[in-house]
Each structure stands twice: as C-alpha cells, then as structure tokens.
Design a protein around this ligand. Structure first.
Ligand SMILES: *Cc1c(COP(=O)(O)O)cnc(C)c1O
Length: 432
C-alpha cells in the first residue's frame, strides 16, 4: 500500500488533499503518511512471523521524532549510527534496549553513551573497534553486547554508492577472518558476544543477493552461535522499493502481483529467507530503512518559472538539492506528478531547483504535463533519505514536515526560519 492517491482529482495523503496542506504550511513541504509507515512495518512483521524476530528501523532513512514514535508504538526497534540518533530515539519515546548501533567510526563518547542507555548490541566493523568497546566498557565496569558485521563478499548489484557487501568497500569484516576474531573477542573480558550481523547494500529489488549472502554465511553463523552462545543473527536492511510511475499515480495497488512481478514484497522476501533461517534457532533481526519510509513520504514543491531555452524546457521549482539530494547524489529516479490530476499531452521537461549548481536537477527530458508558474508538484517516494539529508546550502531553510493519519494532520517539523540558519554562528571576537 501507499497512502498517496488522487481523490476527486486532487493528490491526497490518506484523507487529506496535499493542496490543503500547502495552503497551511507552504512549500517545499515533506508530507508523510502514518498509515503507510504502519502498513509497511506490519506487512514485514507478519511475513517474518514464523521466526522469532525484531525489526530495527534504520532511522538514518528518516529520523523525524514523530516518524520514530509511529514505529516505536508498533514495537519497532532502531538501527542507529550515531549518538545523535540514539538521543532521538529516546526523545521520541522509543526503547534503547531495542537499538543496534552500526557504523565504522564510533567514538569513545558514543560508545559510553550507548552503554549507559543499555542498547541491545553494538554491530562492530573492525578489530580495533572491538578493542575500543572493550576498553570503554571496562572503564564503566560493565559488559558491552556486541555482534561482528560479516562482509560476505557478494555483489548486491545495486548502485556503487549504496553497495556495502563486497571487499571493495569500507564495511564489515572479511568473511574469512570472522571466526578468528570471535575467538580473540571471547578473551576480552568486557564484551558479551551476542550476535552476528550482515548488511549487503541498499535498494535491492530482488531477493537473490540476500539469499546468496545468507546461504554463504549460514554454516559459519551456526558454528559461531553454538560456540559463543549467540542470541541473534541480523540480516540487515536493503529491501528495495519501487520508484515507479504506476505506483506514484496511486492507481495501482502496490502489492498486486502484476505490478510487483520480480520485485521485492515482504512475502517474497520472507518466503525465500525464512526457510533458510528457521533452523538456526536464533532471533532474526532485520534493519529496513527505505522499505518502511521510502514510499511513505513525498516532497511537495511549487513551480516558480517555466523557462524555454532552445530545445529545452526547464521547470524551475522551489525545492532543490538541499531539500532532496538523491537525484544529484545517486542519479536516482523520483516520479514527479502534479497535485491536480492532469490528463492529455505531456511535454519533455527538466525539473530543476534554484541552487547555483548544474547538479541541482530532479529529472531530465521527462514527459510531464504542461505545468505553469504557481502549479504544485509532488516528488514521490521521498520519505527515505530525503529530509534527513537536507542541508542549508545556499542558506536555504530546511523544509517543514507534516504527518497525516486518516483525516488528521500535524506539523512535525516547523519550517526553519532564516535566522535559525546562522543561529550557531557569531562574528569573530575582533569583529564585534
Ligand atoms: C543503511 C543501513 C540499513 C538500511 O538500509 P535500507 O536500504 O534503507 O534498508 C540497514 N543496516 C545498516 C547497517 C545500514 O547501514
């Protein structure tokens, strides 16, 4: 499911027309559907029901407090990558004991903070990091729960900037070295070996690379689990979503077989992976980010100008790469649709932001309805890696965010004011 559909010709989030939200909150505006977040979480949760499991939402994809709370209320834990993210979980009323801490560069202060909060596991990416966690835990007279992140050296066949499971990238510990490191870790008194972790990449749209990686590491995981009395095996996140026109239009049912042929649905994911995992008798952790939040959000923007130069038609909008960097950063595709349903002729258009960079572009030569100044557009599937990657580049304030649930709406981040942008800055002492 996704909660964005045309109702009476107006693109709506659940029961609320996006144009009504724009009247109240302006543009650029992120809008999230609480129903969609919950639906994605619950579908995955149910599909994994045959094995003991915990979903740890990868909050780097969307860390708004209200989004976190929506998921925490359903039982979600969180995959965190910094002390800041853990502090957000706590601020949102989430449970630190359901958090796993990933990342290659955890500082001593971050480790100490996470230990004080009682997180479930540190997912460790190197031997020096193990030594550091042992040291910090020792100082605090406690034991740190850890899992090593195994790099299975399989290619997830995804974009180079989001593949993580081969030896060409900085993540995890080489498959061949894992067992030796567990043996050495066993002798570190302030560690509690709790699990094994793996994450091979992001935006995987087929189940095969997941299955290949699991099949490759499974015998080793079973040996490790027995030898070290482990509790869990995390198979990471990375389930891809459809950034596809049929979905953005809201006319197709996202989950219908014919629309998702060959694509990753929770059922397909679980039907392939659960039989592999069932005999392990370990708790299975999954860390989906994009799968839960991606299609639960859109970015609404207003057309400022339409500029025709030679053969090109530029639709200049008030959202920019500082609001949504994915197209500039990963060449990613976002469906772009008008808030008012338009039928009939399309014109090839480049939708671009106002920032002084040629990369500040959302699409090139895409057939779009002939929009004009003042029209409103939605960049679909912007709920993951959208707002969280926002910046103040060009001194542009961060966009406002709204959460919709049924007919109810709530502003969950106010639009940043211009003076907020330099709130932490001062003139140099000699300039005052
Ligand atoms: C980024 C990340 C995830 C989530 O990735 P998605 O593609 O958004 O599901 C999960 N686990 C780890 C360790 C990550 O770094």
């Amino acid at each position: 499911m996704h909660g964005f559909k045309y109702r009476h010709g107006k693109l709506s989030c659940e029961q609320v027309a996006l144009s009504d939200l724009v009247r109240k909150h302006g543009t650029p505006l992120y809008v999230y559907s609480a129903g969609t977040l919950a639906d994605h979480y619950q579908r995955l949760d149910q599909a994994l029901a045959p094995v003991p499991h915990q979903i740890c939402f990868a909050m780097k994809s969307n860390s708004n407090l209200a989004v976190l709370r929506t998921l925490a209320d359903l039982g979600s834990g969180f995959d965190i990558v910094s002390a800041g993210e853990l502090a957000r979980v706590i601020a949102a009323g989430g449970d630190a004991r359901k958090c796993v801490f990933a990342g290659v560069g955890k500082t001593e202060a971050e480790i100490a903070f996470a230990l004080r909060q009682g997180i479930y596991s540190f997912n460790v990416e190197s031997e020096p990091e193990l030594a550091r966690i042992n040291l910090v835990a020792g100082r605090m007279h406690t034991q740190a729960p850890v899992a090593l992140r195994v790099n299975p050296n399989v290619d997830a066949h995804t974009h180079a900037k989001i593949t993580t499971g081969t030896y060409e990238n900085k993540f995890g510990i080489a498959f061949e070295n894992i067992e030796g490191i567990y043996e050495r870790a066993r002798r570190l008194k302030n560690l509690k070996l709790r699990g094994v972790q793996m994450h091979i990449g992001s935006q995987l749209t087929e189940v095969k690379p997941f299955a290949d990686a699991i099949i490759k590491v499974l015998p080793m995981v079973a040996r490790l689990a027995k030898r070290h009395e482990l509790e869990f095996f995390s198979i990471g996140g990375g389930m891809g979503i459809v950034y596809d026109p049929a979905l953005a239009s809201g006319e197709a049912d996202w989950w219908k077989q014919k629309r998702t042929r060959g694509l990753l649905t929770p059922a397909r994911y679980a039907n392939t992976l659960v039989p592999l995992l069932r005999n392990l008798k370990l708790r299975i952790l999954v860390e989906p980010g994009r799968f839960i939040s991606g299609n639960a959000g859109v970015l609404v923007t207003r057309v400022e100008h339409v500029k025709q130069t030679g053969r090109k038609r530029f639709v200049i909008v008030d959202a920019a790469m500082n609001d949504l960097i994915r197209p500039a950063f990963y060449d990613s595709y976002h469906e772009i649709v008008p808030l008012r349903l338009a039928r009939g002729k399309t014109v090839k258009s480049d939708v671009v932001g106002p920032i002084c960079e040629s990369g500040d572009s959302f699409c090139k030569d895409r057939p779009l309805p002939a929009v004009k100044e003042g029209d409103l557009l939605a960049l679909m599937s912007a709920g993951a890696y959208g707002s969280v990657m926002g910046s103040n580049y060009n001194s542009r304030p961060l966009a406002a965010e709204v959460l919709v649930r049924g007919a109810r709406t709530s502003l969950i981040r106010r639009r940043q004011s211009i003076s907020d942008i330099w709130a932490g800055e001062t003139l140099a002492a000699w300039q005052r």
